[in-house]
Design a protein around this ligand. Structure first.
Ligand code: AGP
Length: 619
């Protein structure tokens, strides 16, 4: 088993920038800039492109947004049909022009994603000092390629890879071969697509859908040569390697904002459709069916302990599901933050199934937790939204959510689709473990079929939440209180509010208030309560009285049928009625809308909140 320090080093080494490469009949300038915009959701601080004009390989780059890069590129007069592009998320080396990509040394122009661990040593070994202008590692790879380049790209690449250590997706152009793009990878992803007249590679599938619905992942340690004639893959002995094609189930239209003011609202609005799609993808005869994903009965039988690992919103989905797996399926379940998991030594027997949850499938903490689990010999199942992502590829089993591309940094539809898949897994385990008969499972599935309509009902009332948001936009602190499932709903609700409105928001288990947090309550403190659990409503109601007695203003988001148990006059937002454990769906959509409209009221950048990236690729 890998020791923690080497794991930590591995985690640090895995960074994820955005890479694109294009050869085709369209203008490379337009294609590459559009593609970099499609990769913006991953988060970055610098952007750059390089175009082949026949005379030279022209580089444009800036420690700024793609919009600024676009202005720079307007200087490009010649039409170019070959080019590469990059968005950088700085970890090693400051945010500066010199550290931005593409790098150019001699005959080589290069973009890189990953980290060359031994770059300082290589600088000395090969006396590269006077060729470098940046303080980063990527330029060293570029200089080595130039040093080893004697008119044979394959030879230069193989020699370079033989001396560098670390992780990389390297994409390069040799200035005397401006009709060709070369690429090679280790750990950092590269996916590739082509049609009759165009070839494209990228860090993830987002930009590829304009080229084709088919794509393939560049295998590690295989050299890709892309030209107008086609795409060829070679191993280090020069033998041709087969492309394993897969199909994209998204198209560029789905990725567009389609008239919504922000992607976040579009993605909240899509939840009815994507929940239906996700549910129906895994149900046959009103029973959970995972045959296509090769989840056998044997896996459900032999798994006696579930360990869920995730980050952020995905972690909140896991926390909610823990209660379901234990209450309904009586399956011992533990949930860990991925960033903590690899440093702990959880007690896990051999019949443990590790379940990783990730929208992007590229979150490096979660990816490393998955790798750690596999190194320890556990079976791994992932719930992922992005097809062909690293986590999907490296798990033993993968269940996709069919939420479609989620562009807004704040995760909404992915969360509810993750929960949908988790409910289906819970019922499947409950059946195998003789907690439910087949008929009882089928009844539960019929209840699940109501969920998409319930969330649509909430979305259709969006003006109500827009109005409600006006009450909160000037708050500095918000407290959210709930018991049981309501507490886990509020953990996610609080994260939404924090990350898009920047209001400090904390969720507390109501019963925990008297153990400290109630000291924070003073006159006119705003408290949001969530009441959806019938068996807890009286206790939750008395907790609301506790905070009101200390001056708090309380607004309750609640299940309509519980209103009669309230025994107090407070502001209420009525949700709609589903069975208690399904109330997370309408409740979280209400809280998603509330956070969204508070951010809109504050005039914030709702889709790209400060300091955040959609794909968190540094630990
Ligand atoms: C949620 O709104 C955030 N964007 C963030 O917490 C996110 O859920 C987390 O980074 C995990 O991302 P993943 O699901 O892609 O792994």
């Amino acid at each position: 088993m890998m020791d923690v320090s080497s794991l930590k080093k591995k985690v640090e080494n895995n960074i994820m920038c955005g890479i694109v490469g294009y050869i085709g009949t369209n203008k490379a300038t337009d294609i590459l800039l559009e593609s970099l915009e499609l990769l913006e959701y991953r988060g970055y601080d610098s952007a750059g492109v390089a175009f082949c004009s026949g005379k030279n390989v022209q580089v444009y780059k800036c420690p700024n947004r793609v919009a600024v890069l676009k202005e720079l590129v307007k200087e490009q007069k010649e039409d170019a049909h070959v080019g590469i592009g990059h968005t950088r998320w700085a970890t090693h080396g400051s945010v500066s022009y010199k550290n931005s990509h593409p790098h150019q040394v001699g005959q080589v122009t290069l973009v890189h994603n990953g980290i060359i661990e031994n770059y300082k040593e290589l600088i000395h070994t090969y006396h590269l000092e006077d060729q470098l202008v940046s303080s980063g590692d990527s330029e060293v790879a570029c200089a080595l390629l130039n040093l080893f380049y004697k008119k044979d790209p394959m030879e230069a690449i193989i020699k370079t890879l033989s001396v560098i250590e670390g992780t990389y997706a390297l994409v390069m152009i040799f200035s005397d071969r401006q009709e060709e793009i070369y690429a090679v990878r280790k750990v950092s992803p590269i996916v590739v697509s082509e049609n009759e007249t165009e070839r494209m590679l990228a860090s993830d599938v987002m930009p590829l859908s304009r080229i084709s619905k088919e794509y393939f992942t560049l295998p590690e340690q295989v050299i890709l040569k892309m030209s107008k004639e086609g795409i060829h893959l070679y191993d280090f002995e020069g033998h041709e390697v087969e492309k394993k094609k897969e199909r994209l189930d998204w198209d560029i239209e789905q990725m567009n904002q389609q008239g919504y003011p922000y992607y976040m609202e579009k993605e909240i609005a899509e939840q009815k459709e994507v929940l239906q799609r996700t549910l129906l993808s895994y149900v046959e005869d009103s029973f959970p069916c995972f045959e296509r994903e090769a989840l056998t009965e044997e896996l459900f039988e032999k798994s006696k302990h579930l360990v869920i690992v995730a980050c952020g919103t995905s972690y909140h989905a896991g926390l909610y599901a823990k209660n379901l797996f234990e209450k309904i399926a009586h399956l011992k379940t533990d949930v860990y933050l991925a960033s903590e998991f690899i440093y702990q030594e959880p007690v896990m027997e051999e019949d443990t199934l590790v379940l990783v949850i990730s929208q992007s499938g590229e979150t490096i903490d979660t990816l490393e937790a998955l790798r750690h689990s596999k190194e320890m010999g556990y079976q791994t199942l992932s719930i992922v939204n992005v097809k062909g992502s690293s986590i999907a590829k490296e798990s033993d089993y993968t269940l996709y959510t069919y939420a479609g591309p989620e562009i807004a940094v704040a995760s909404t539809k992915a969360y509810t689709c993750q929960l949908m898949v988790l409910f289906l897994l819970v019922y499947r385990f409950a059946y195998t473990r003789n907690r439910f008969t087949k008929e009882e499972v089928q009844q539960e599935i019929e209840e699940l079929k109501k969920v998409p309509y319930s969330v649509e009902d909430i979305y259709q009332r969006k003006e109500e939440f827009q109005e409600c948001a006006k009450e909160f936009k000037d708050e500095k602190d918000l407290y959210m209180i709930g018991r049981g499932f309501d507490y886990y709903i509020l953990l996610e609700a609080a994260l939404k509010m924090k990350e898009v409105s920047y209001i400090h928001t904390e969720a507390y288990a109501s019963g925990e208030l008297k153990h400290g947090p109630i000291a924070l309550i003073e006159q006119d403190t705003t408290v949001i309560a969530c009441l959806t659990q019938k068996d807890l409503v009286s206790k939750a109601s008395s907790n609301m009285k506790e905070v009101r007695a200390r001056g708090a203003k309380v607004i309750a988001f609640m299940k309509p049928s519980l209103e009669k148990y309230l025994e107090q006059k407070i502001s209420i937002i009525l949700l709609n009625d589903l069975k208690d454990d399904l109330m997370v769906f309408p409740a979280i959509v209400a809280f998603q809308l509330l956070a969204y409209y508070v951010a809109c009221e504050k005039g914030l950048n709702v889709d790209k909140p400060r300091n955040l990236a959609k794909v968190v690729t540094v630990e």
